[in-house]
Design a protein around this ligand. Structure first.
Ligand code: IDP
Ligand code: MG
Length: 154
């Protein structure tokens, strides 16, 4: 499986509800590598770009306001197959439908306020990472226990 990067955002409700550490811990324990992070209030114009694929949908203006309403923790995580794995850890979009054991399933009951964003494909990951980070802001390093994360035939 190919090494990938994904954009993960702990959205304003996640930060306000003191879930930043809990969510980061889940990704760390899974074995993903943190390669960039920025704690920032996302400007409305950037939120527009971020959710551009949803332009025209009834929830578009609301989700742009939500994402830019208060600070977020914006991160890039790296691992083999990280894009799909992160989406699994996040759970289904609506908190009330997400499986127990997932981040949204455990901590959100809401449709829109679902705590976390994660890129849904290689293309969106590249686009979204570029919205928030310059290439030189993404760290390149080895984790000391990387040899224990994957089997020899992975
Ligand atoms: P995703 O975050 O699971 O990828 P998307 O369909 O890409 O879900 O929607 C982007 C975000 O827009 C969701 O995470 C959620 O915050 C919000 N959203 C999606 N659908 C609705 C809706 O029907 N009502 C309110 N907010 C919504
Ligand atoms: Mg999406």
């Amino acid at each position: 499986m190919a090494e990938e990067r994904t954009l993960i955002i702990i959205k304003p409700d996640g930060v306000q509800r003191h879930l930043t550490g809990e969510i980061i811990t889940r990704f760390e324990k899974k074995g993903f590598k943190l390669v960039a992070a920025k704690f920032m209030q996302i400007p409305e114009s950037l939120a527009h770009q971020h959710y551009g694929v949803h332009k025209g949908k009834p929830f578009f203006e609301g989700v742009v306001k939500y994402l830019s309403s208060s600070p977020s923790m914006v991160m890039v995580w790296q691992a083999k197959g990280v894009i799909a794995m992160a989406r699994k850890l996040m759970g289904a979009t609506f908190g009330y439908e997400a499986e127990a054991g997932t981040i949204r399933g455990d901590f959100s009951c809401s449709r829109g306020y679902n705590l976390i964003h994660g890129s849904d494909s290689q293309e969106s990951a590249e686009f979204e990472i570029g919205l928030y980070f310059k290439p030189e802001e993404i760290a390149k390093y080895e984790l000391s226990d990387e040899c224990w994360l994957y089997g020899q035939n992975d």
